[in-house]
Design a protein around this ligand. Sequence first.
Ligand code: NAG
Ligand code: NAG
Ligand code: NAG
Ligand code: NAG
Ligand code: NAG
Ligand code: NAG
Ligand code: NAG
Length: 600
Amino acid sequence: MFTLALLVASIVVVVSPLPSASVYKLKERIPNPRDWVQLHRAPVDYILPLRIALPQIKFGELERHLYEVSNPGHQRYGAHLSKEEVERLIAPHPESLAVINKWLTSHGLDEKDLQRSPAQDWVTIHVPIGLAEEMLDTKFHTWKHVVHGDVVVGTTSYSLPEDVHAHVELVQPTTYFARPRALRTTLRFTEDTASAAVNKDTSAGRITIPGSEVSVDASCNTTITVACLKELYNAVGFGASSHNGNILGITGYLEQFANFEDLQLFYADQVPAAVNTSFTVSLINGGGNNQSSTEAGAEADLDVQFGLGLTFPTPGIFWSTGGRPPFTPDAITTGDTNEPYLDWLSFVLRQDNVPQTISTSYADDEQTVPESYARRVCAEFAQLGARGSTLLFGSGDGGVGDGNPDPATQNCFANDGTNRTRFIPLFPASCPFITSVGGTVNIPEVAVSFSGGGFSNYFQRPSYQEVAISEYLDSLPDGTYEGLFNRSGRGIPDVAAQADRFRIFLSGRPVSIGGTSAATPTFAGIISLLNSARLSKGLPSLGFINPLLYSDHANTTFNDITVGNNPGCGTKGFNATAGWDPVTGFGTPNFGKLLRIVAP
Ligand SMILES: *[C@@H]1O[C@H](CO)[C@@H](O)[C@H](O)[C@H]1NC(C)=O
Ligand SMILES: *[C@@H]1O[C@H](CO)[C@@H](O)[C@H](O)[C@H]1NC(C)=O
Ligand SMILES: *[C@@H]1O[C@H](CO)[C@@H](O)[C@H](O)[C@H]1NC(C)=O
Ligand SMILES: *[C@@H]1O[C@H](CO)[C@@H](O)[C@H](O)[C@H]1NC(C)=O
Ligand SMILES: *[C@@H]1O[C@H](CO)[C@@H](O)[C@H](O)[C@H]1NC(C)=O
Ligand SMILES: *[C@@H]1O[C@H](CO)[C@@H](O)[C@H](O)[C@H]1NC(C)=O
Ligand SMILES: *[C@@H]1O[C@H](CO)[C@@H](O)[C@H](O)[C@H]1NC(C)=O
C-alpha cells in the first residue's frame, strides 16, 4: 500500500503538465537585523543574482572521507579526493534537480537562464526583484546600516512552494545582513621611516624562551618582522621550494587589494632576497586591484606581506573578491550580493588545483549570519579540506565579545528575540572544518587581550575536540559564565600566533599593525612551509589539519600559552591555561617540531 501510494504520488509529479497554484510554506525567518533600518520597497526591476542551494544529500559520506584522509592514524591519511570525487559526493538527488527545474520553468526560466555549479548543487539565476518576490513569496526592501550607512537589498523571511521545500537548502541573497570585517585592530604610523628592519641594531641582545630551544632578538618584543617570527617559531634556515607545486593563497574581500610597491618596500626592509618577486592576482566578481590608487587595503597589504614574506620563494596568489555595494537603486544592473564567501567558493571550487594553504582574515559575528548560510558555507569549506587544502581563519578581535575590538561598544545581546546577554563567537572561525587562529603578544608570549575565543552556538563540538575541550571545561569552576556560552559548541580558536606590532608598508610608509589578521597569515605561513617540505618529499599536502593538531602526535608540540585572558561583554573572558583554551587554542607553532612529525 505504502509503495503504491508513493508510486502514484511520483507519477502525479512527473505527468502533471501545468504548475498548479502552489501552496507556499515558510523557508526561513530571521529577527529584524540589528543595526539595520528598513527603508523602502526594493525597485521591482533591480536584478538580483539569486543563488539556490540544492541539498548535498551525501555530505555525510564526504565528511567521512574528509576525516579519514585527515586522520594521521588512518591508512588513508593524505589520500585527498579529486575535484571529481568531491563533486560526486555533493551532487544533489536527481529528483531535486527535476523539482527545481520544474519550479524555475513555471516562472518562465529555462536552462539558458541558469548557471550551475559543476556538481549542480547550486543554481544561480539573475532575476528582477519582482520575479524573485513572486518565486519566494516575499517582499524585498532596501535596508540601511545605522552606523556605516551602506544600503542593501534584503528580506527577513521567504517561502517556497511546499513541493520545492525539501529540495532547496537556502536561497541568497535574502536574509544575509551580516557585515564581514577585516580583523585588523590596531594601525599605528611609526616614526622610523629610514632604518630598515633587516639592518637594525641587534645590540639589544636576545631573549631566550624558557622551556624552549629558541632565542629571539630582543627588538622583536616591540616590533614584529619576518625574521622575528622565523626565530620565535623555530623556522630559521628552512628553505621552501619555488617549484614543487606548493602555493599560498590569500583571500581579500571588501574592496581590499594588495599594493605591489608596498610589497617591494617590505621586501627591501625584511626579505631582501625576495625583492623584485611578486604574486598572482585573481579578480573575482569585480574585485579591485587599482595599483595607482592609494586605497590599497591595510588588511591586504598585511596578509600578503607577511604571508609571502614568511614563505618566500613559495608562489602566492591573492584573490580579490568584489561584491559589496553601495546599492544604487537606479542601476538596473546585476546587484551586488553583499556576501563574501559564496562568490569566492564558487570560483575556487571550479579550479582543478587549489592552493594547499589558504589564509583569510575576515569574519563576522556568528549570530548575524543566517544559520542555514553558515552551515552551507562551512560544508563548502569541507570540500576544500577533502581536496587537500588547509584553511586558516582569524578568530576575531573582540575577545569573548562580538568582533568589535572596543569593549565599550560591544554588542553582546542575543539577536534570537530574547535579547539576553551572551558571548558572541565569530564565523567562519566557528566552522569545525577550518582552523581558527587566535592571538598572542610580547616575548615570551602571552595571550593578547583581544584574541577572539569561545564556543559556537551553531556548530557542535567536533569529535577531534572532545578530549581537549572536556578537559578545559572540567577545569572551570562550577557555574562559570553560566548561560553566556554554549558548552556543547565547537571551541574557538584551535591555535594562535603573534598578533600585534607587525611592521608592514602601507602607501609607501612603514606602519605598525595588529589583529588576529596578523596571526592568521603567520600561522598560514608556517603551515605552508610544512606543506612545502611534504611536497618536496613526494608526500601529499596536509589538508584539513585539525585532526592532526588535536591528536597526541601534535598537541604537545605547541608553545603552550598560559598567561592572559580575552575580556569582552563586560567580563574578563576566559583564561589561557595549560593545554587547549578558548583564548589561544593549543598555543603557537614550533615549526621544527611539527616538521619532524609531518615530514620526517
Ligand atoms: C617584553 O615586553 C613586555 C611588555 O612590555 C614585558 O612585560 C616583557 O618583560 C618584555 N620581555 C623581555 C624579555 O624583556
Ligand atoms: C630589481 O629590479 C630593478 C629594475 O629592473 C633593478 O634595477 C634592481 O637591481 C633589481 N633588484 C634586485 C635586488 O634584483
Ligand atoms: C585608480 O585610482 C586612481 C587614484 O585614486 C583613480 O584616479 C583612477 O580612476 C582609478 N582607476 C580605476 C580603474 O578605478
Ligand atoms: C537589548 O537589551 C539592551 C540592554 O538592556 C538594550 O540596551 C537594547 O536596546 C536591547 N535591544 C533590543 C533589540 O531590544
Ligand atoms: C548550543 O549549541 C548547539 C550545537 O552545538 C545548538 O544546537 C544549540 O541550539 C545551542 N544553544 C544555544 C542556546 O544557542
Ligand atoms: C593530546 O591528545 C591526547 C589524546 O587525545 C590527550 O590524551 C592529551 O590530553 C592531549 N594533550 C593536550 C595538551 O591536550
Ligand atoms: C581566571 O583566572 C583567575 C585568576 O586565577 C580566576 O579568578 C578566574 O576565575 C579565572 N576565570 C576563568 C573563566 O576560568
